[in-house]
Design a protein around this ligand. Structure first.
Ligand SMILES: Nc1nc2c(ncn2[C@@H]2O[C@H](COP(=O)(O)OP(=O)(O)OP(=O)(O)O)[C@@H](O)[C@H]2O)c(=O)[nH]1
Ligand SMILES: [Mg+2]
Length: 391
């Protein structure tokens, strides 16, 4: 029995030893390279996945998808005959000379009341009239001529009192200013061209805008030619006026040949059966090319059929005084002016330049600018003008 117990104990010990050996073998590492340590969960991979070019720059973000391209707007052709609803309302009140000739009237009024305060006509009377005319920018030559004619009339008609003398002067001024053809010519059947010239800043573009509006109101279809390619802003200025007036606009790139813009505008007018091309020009140039030379070229294009060059309108700033006369002479020699648009008579202008231009150069004043807005353009009425000055 004891032997049996000893044998049983031995068997148990042997079993325990063999189980322990198995357990130790299981725990022993396998031969071969040790496995890489498992990366900590949040740590970056020790070995980069892809070979990156060495760069100090952070990797650029992926290019965002470009936004879908908007559909190009459908090409809208300018209206064949521009809409009339953009024209000024019928019966819009036109400015009057007497309300706008502030400075000029004040100047004349002072001298006239002084002359009238003395019943008789004496040396002082003649001196004051001369001073009034010269200070009003009539110019020495024209003043001298006017007063000589007045003296002759005074002695011929036996004028004795100063009121009659002032009336005679007014009549002479009206007669001087009424000379010449003040019509703005426009015939049916061909693109009529009105070319606007003048030094910079006198009001060419603004006057074209005003005239476009007025012609539209008269039922004419108008094409504006942005022939002032000196600066882009000039075209934008004209574009604004063309929208306002309901007129078509032909433009050229900045620095483009002004002649080509006028040519294209005539083509557009012909194709659409428009009545009138209002052609803007620059008052100065990019190049050293003489302005007058350039304008001559423009003029030649503007008179090439089918275009019918009806008017070459010299725009003169009334506030520049006698200088306007010098400009008028230069432009007339170069491009053959048919009439004057006298602007800014509402400002500090003294008005006499109108008389000087008409008397010295025989150029009719056709239109007058009395302000900056679209309605501030009137036909020149010599009688109303003179009455307003002397009132
Ligand atoms: N008070 C007044 N201002 C005017 C009149 N006509 C034009 N102007 C102003 O004069 C300035 C010059 O006018 P523009 O029409 O640009 O002159 P422009 O001759 O085209 O000038 P450039 O293009 O530089 O050659 C603008 O501020 C106009 O508003 C007018 O009759 N009265
Ligand atoms: Mg201009």
């Amino acid at each position: 029995m004891a032997l049996l117990l000893v044998l049983l104990a031995l068997a148990v010990v042997l079993l325990a030893v063999s189980l322990a050996a198995v357990a130790v073998r299981r725990r022993r590492p396998e031969p071969g390279p040790p496995p890489a340590p498992a990366p900590p969960p949040a740590a970056p991979a020790a070995v980069p996945q892809r070979e990156e070019p060495p760069s100090a720059e952070p990797r650029p973000e992926r290019e965002p998808e470009p936004p879908p391209r908007p559909e190009p707007p459908p090409e809208v052709a300018p209206p064949e005959v521009a809409p009339t609803e953009l024209a000024p309302p019928e019966g819009a009140v036109k400015p009057r000379f007497r309300d706008r000739l502030g400075q000029a009237r004040a100047l004349f009024a002072g001298y006239v009341s002084s002359v009238l305060s003395r019943m008789a006509i004496d040396a002082e009377t003649w001196g004051e009239l001369e001073e009034a005319l010269i200070r009003a920018d009539v110019g020495v030559a024209t003043t001298t001529r006017l007063l000589e004619a007045l003296r002759a009339r005074v002695s011929a008609d036996g004028i004795k009192d100063s009121q009659a003398l002032v009336d005679a002067l007014k009549a002479d001024l009206k007669e001087t200013l009424a000379a010449g053809d003040r019509t703005l010519h426009c015939e049916p059947g061909a693109p009529n061209v009105w070319l606007f010239v003048g030094v910079n800043g006198v009001g060419k573009t603004t006057s074209i805008g005003k005239i476009a509006q007025r012609e539209r109101a008269n039922g004419r279809s108008v094409v504006m030619a942005a022939g002032d390619t000196f600066r882009a802003a000039a075209t934008e200025q004209l574009a604004m006026w063309s929208e306002r007036a309901g007129a078509d606009l032909v433009r050229g790139a900045e620095g483009a040949d002004p002649g080509s813009v006028i040519f294209d505008a005539v083509e557009r007018a012909r194709a659409r059966g428009a009545d009138l091309v209002l052609a803007d020009t620059a008052g100065r140039l990019h190049t050293k090319v003489n302005l007058m030379e350039e304008l001559r070229k423009v003029r030649r294009i503007a008179e090439r059929p089918p275009a019918r060059l009806q008017e070459v309108l010299l725009v003169v700033d009334a506030t520049t005084g006698q200088n306007g006369l010098v400009q008028a002479r230069q432009f007339t020699d170069a491009v053959g002016v048919t009439g004057i648009v006298l602007t800014k008579l509402d400002g500090t202008a003294k008005g006499g330049i109108a008389v000087a231009i008409q008397a010295d150069l025989g150029l009719p004043i056709k239109l007058v600018g009395l302000g900056e807005t679209a309605d501030d353009l009137v036909d020149f009425d010599p009688s109303e003008f003179v009455e307003a000055l002397f009132e």
